[in-house]
Design a protein around this ligand. Structure first.
Ligand SMILES: [Mg+2]
Length: 389
């Protein structure tokens, strides 16, 4: 019986060649915390947490002693131990992302020990190929945020994407102009989604939704603050555009609240934040019990992307039918070397689809050179202190 014997965290950083921004702030770099958990027999697994990398790292270190000596086969037991240890002071937030990172690494180990892929461990792949949608269309220029739309849209169509998600949240007028422009570029056969990253008040969101109905929008993501469950529900009852949300939500308890309040048509848990694969599986049960669709949020490195592929492959189709509806995967297309270079084999898109990895565990190997390179780019707290002195 393998026992967990070591936990190592890595905070990876890459500076972007070109900044981009959305309704809340500007991105000039990518920071991600990943974790490697090793057992006494040498088996190891990788995990990733979503959120401020240094804080995710501190959280993992906080939990470290609790999992040393545990049997990774008992993933539910490990999860409960971590949850109970943090419940009193961190029911939501970054500490749950730290639990998620550990949980994902435990599933990777478990798969390797049992010689099964994570999708098999989850209960089997209901589908071998997943349809990705392109997340992009961020703003790149404050004067003319849409100046790169044409090049970007052409790139996605050429790659084979059949669905694109764009950013809104600048102002109602600018959003309408931008959506109209992008719809004219991509034609009527490509699915188009909008994401305001909770930029709007309820009245603004309702106005925008009504004015954008004519552009055949597949969903309106995070229209209002994630704190306002009832406003979500009110908006959903009046909007002809389906409402999506949940990337800032945590645990089955948070998603239960979102669903009980009839707040969304589509929930979007981030598996690297919401409690890992263990909890995401429970969240998917709540969503299917209520007829709510699930399209996970994915943003970080290629580890998170693998996790989402396995998870989506296992999602149950309710109701099922001969010609199944697409189960979408969010495939971020913004500049991110940690998505491109960190792991092998590379995730390739073919005929507009991504293949679910079949090798044991998550089905990836971390490239040691890339790991060292992007870790060195991180300034450690001790180094910062030396610099200040
Ligand atoms: Mg979003």
């Amino acid at each position: 019986m393998a026992k967990i014997s070591n936990i190592e965290t890595y905070v990876l950083k890459d500076s972007l060649e070109k900044n981009f921004f959305f309704s809340q702030w500007n991105y000039s770099e990518r920071n991600i915390c990943i974790v490697k958990i090793t057992c006494d027999d040498g088996t190891y697994g990788w995990g990733e947490g979503y959120g401020p990398a240094k804080i995710v790292e501190s959280g993992i270190n906080f939990f470290k002693n609790l999992i040393i000596g545990e049997n990774p086969i008992n993933s539910d037991l490990i999860w409960s131990k971590l949850y109970r240890k943090s419940l009193d002071f961190a029911r939501r937030g970054v500490l749950v992302a730290s639990i998620s990172a550990i949980d994902i690494a435990v599933w990777d180990i478990k798969g390797k020990l049992l010689n099964l892929s994570v999708s098999e461990l989850l209960g089997g792949a209901q589908r071998e190929k997943i349809t990705p949608y392109a997340t992009g269309m961020y703003f790149t220029d404050k004067k003319n945020p849409t100046k790169d739309y044409k090049i970007e849209a052409e790139k996605y169509l050429k790659k084979g994407f059949k669905a694109i998600k764009m950013k809104v949240g600048l102002s109602i007028k600018e959003d309408i102009d931008n959506v109209k422009y992008l719809r004219s570029l991509i034609g009527k056969d490509i699915k188009l989604m909008i994401d305001s990253n909770h930029a709007y008040s309820y009245t603004e969101a309702l106005e925008l939704s009504r004015k954008l109905e004519q552009f055949d929008i597949s969903w309106f993501e995070e229209p209002v603050s994630p704190e306002f469950y009832e406003q979500y529900s009110e908006l959903r009852s009046k909007s002809k555009i389906p409402i999506a949300g949940g990337e800032c939500e945590y645990l089955r308890f948070g998603f239960n609240q979102l669903i009980k309040n009839k707040s969304v048509d589509i929930i979007q848990p981030d598996i690297c934040a919401c409690g890992g694969l263990t909890e995401a599986k429970r969240i998917s049960a709540i969503s299917t019990a209520n007829g709510i669709s699930i399209v996970p949020h994915t943003w970080g490195s290629s580890i998170g992307l693998h996790v989402a592929l396995h998870f989506i492959s296992n999602l149950e189709s309710i109701p099922g039918r001969m010609k199944e509806a697409n189960f979408y995967l969010e495939f971020d297309q913004t500049e991110n070397a940690l998505r491109e270079d960190l792991t092998t084999p590379k995730i390739e898109m073919n005929d507009g689809k991504l293949l679910v990895p079949k090798s044991p565990g998550l089905g990836l190997e971390v490239n040691q050179e890339a790991l060292e390179y992007y870790t060195k780019k991180t300034i450690k707290v001790e180094d910062l202190e030396k610099l200040i002195k």
